[in-house]
Ligand binder design. Structure first.
Ligand code: NAD
Length: 261
């Protein structure tokens, strides 16, 4: 049985993956700085801060893959982003290199959020971050690339769209990622033979997707489609005001926007 490290296990996505894996299909090492509650027999808690390089080395020793969901998920102050999205990630990659562990990295659509809505792009399009948070995810993708090119650490960077139980606003017609598709995506990343370095869009099979996956070496085939909810959500404005409708990053792109057009 594979040993999987799940960081950010107390967070939104971490909690869902943990529940989806409650049948014990993997031996799970659960990491967070927050409490993790009661553990099942296939789970071990590793409470600790990923900025600590020694802790990361212990966490990854003997593991097959780390599913890295820990980090700051919003556009908070630069210091916090540097600490948790940059420094912690670097510690994790150093440990992954030491122990030859595959990394599945939670990047974000906010790495490309300044593309105009209705523009189709693929995973090779130039990055266009929409916030300092988005910049921190670009940095993470660059670290992943560096550690593959220089140290052979296999990485799949997931540009996650909108991970929600159900889509609830207009933008989600393009960006929704269902819980079931996320599980399928992460499991394909875990099971793929020699994926090397890759960027994958973490998005469901939405009719109105902006993001095209040109290369799909892991065999990701999403099933959910936000269009099933279109009647209810097409008239619900994207959070962040009218500017948020213009950019793929929605409210993150609209926030603090000062460009005169
Ligand atoms: N939820 C989404 O729709 C979405 C979209 C795009 C990208 N992402 C990315 O996916 C990842 C998971 O998202 P989420 O919504 O579950 O986030 P979340 O904020 O709910 O969970 C993140 C978890 O990471 C933990 N953490 C933060 N810094 C840590 C550190 N130094 N050491 C150990 N644990 C630490 C936090 O305690 C928290 O429980 C994030 O990196 C986020 O940027 C999420």
């Amino acid at each position: 049985m594979k040993t999987i490290v799940l960081t950010g296990a107390a967070g939104n996505i971490g909690k869902v993956l943990r529940e989806q894996w409650s049948d014990g299909r993997y031996q799970l090492r659960l990491n967070d700085i927050k409490p993790l509650g009661e553990l099942a027999t296939h789970e071990t808690a590793y409470i600790g801060d990923l900025r600590d390089a020694g802790f990361c080395t212990e966490l990854l020793k003997g593991a097959d893959t780390v599913v890295h969901m820990a980090g700051i998920g919003t556009d908070l102050e630069l210091d916090l982003l540097i600490e948790h999205n940059l420094k912690a990630l670097l510690s994790l990659y150093q440990a992954a290199s030491t122990h030859a562990v595959r990394v599945i990295y939670a990047s974000s659509n906010h790495a490309i959020g300044m593309y105009a809505s209705e523009t189709d792009i693929d995973e090779h399009a130039a990055v266009r971050p929409d916030s300092l948070y988005g910049v921190s995810k670009v940095w993470g993708e660059a670290i992943a690339r560096l550690y593959f090119d220089k140290h052979g650490v296999e990485s799949i960077c997931l540009r996650i769209g909108s991970f929600e139980t159900e889509p609830f606003e207009r933008r989600h017609l393009h960006t929704w990622l269902s819980h079931a598709d996320m599980q399928h995506l992460v499991e394909r990343c875990i099971e793929a033979l020699h994926p090397g370095f890759h960027i994958m869009y973490g998005v469901s099979a939405n009719t109105r997707n902006w993001w095209r996956q040109r290369d799909n070496p892991i065999g990701y085939h999403p099933q959910s489609n936000a269009e099933d909810f279109a009647e209810r959500i097409a008239s619900i404005p994207t959070r962040g005001g009218p500017l948020a409708e213009l950019f793929q990053g929605g409210g993150f792109a609209a926030s603090d926007y000062t460009k005169k057009t």
